[in-house]
Design a protein around this ligand. Sequence first.
Ligand code: GDD
Ligand code: MN
Length: 397
Amino acid sequence: SAPSGALRVPKYPAISTGSKDCILFSLIIPTYNERDNITNVIQVLTKLLDSSIYGDYELIVVDDDSPDGTWEVAASLMTSYPQLRVMRRVGERGLSQAVIRGWQVAKGRILGVIDGDLQHPPHVMLQLLRAVEEGADLAVGSRHVDGGGVSSWSVVRRFLSRGAQVLGLIILPGVLGRVSDPMSGYFMVQRNSVAEITLHPVGYKILLEIIGRGNIQEIAEVGYVFNERVEGESKVTWKQYIDYLRHLIRLRLTTGHLERMNKRLNFPIGRFLRFGVVGFSGLGVDLTVFYILRQIFELGLTRSTILSAETAIINNFLWNDIWTFHDISSRQTGKGARLKRFLKFNVICLAGVILQALIVNLLYNVLKVNEYLAKLIAIAVVVLWNFWVNLKLSWRV
Ligand code: GDD
Ligand code: MN
């Protein structure tokens, strides 16, 4: 599928040839040019898991056809490490997609991910596993809780990392606000929490996608120190920052995030924005019709004003009915229901015009406010009036 395509993790692992269909734990190791790290990584992880109570596991290297032949080295390890699987993706690139691709073929009840360059300390994996075993839906390795940190990052890199986090908090507080280290690429999740949900992995920050779309209640965090890279090099370029921004915006627009915030504020923001857009279109219609009536038909000022305003009201009603309040109007399908909504809308908007005149007069004549400022304030009040009263009366749920 396309690099930014939708991916789903199945609820149950695909039928395997092995004796058991489901195992405890699948750990994905995404790699791109990690030839000099992969052997070490597999060895350390296997040793840790084999001597723990979590012996029922598999390691899945997902390599994007690395030019350095990481996939080849990984595949050659399979004879010594029976719990190792290797997936070589040809023609697809991307850390987040690689992780989900791995989970799609995984057999574990718990799904995890760790970098393939030893920057994520392997022993933390057991703590993350324990947290999920003890009931967390998601366990995240964090650099920003007790026991966490970065080994020797420059001031610039720390600043960029924190800046990206603050930006994310502004755009998506409901996602970024749930963990101390939303940029972490070291975590474990219950298969149940992500199964059968359409994911749109973009770029590097797969955890955002999981928190944003997954069915995640309890989150545990385990501190870890982000090691310096010893072998190979980071694949992060400016493109990852662009991807990050794209990802934030996409999540913002496509998850129930707005609705959740609306509920908290008790104000339907999305609906209000649509109402505002329609309002602007109405302004255009109003001015155009007014111009035509005056210039071409040479109609009187009052008549032109009334006719163009009414045309704009009809325009706004139609767009609001089929777009802004679509969910509501599609439920009121009785005979004459639309006409009834239109008449209410019309009366409310006309009342709005009168209200506007009253406010302008009050501000200008009594409070001595500049007349344009007065008009602007009056418009703002009337837009809110129109929206609120129409919401409560014309498109009542
Ligand atoms: N399959 C695949 N495809 N793997 C990739 C790709 C890709 O396109 N790009 C990177 N990887 C692998 C790398 O080989 C490495 O194992 C891991 O993903 C992380 O990539 P790095 O390039 O080493 O990233 P980093 O060290 O800068 O970032 C790490 O820290 C971040 C926190 O600051 C990663 O763990 C991020 O996930 C984490 O968010
Ligand atoms: Mn790295």
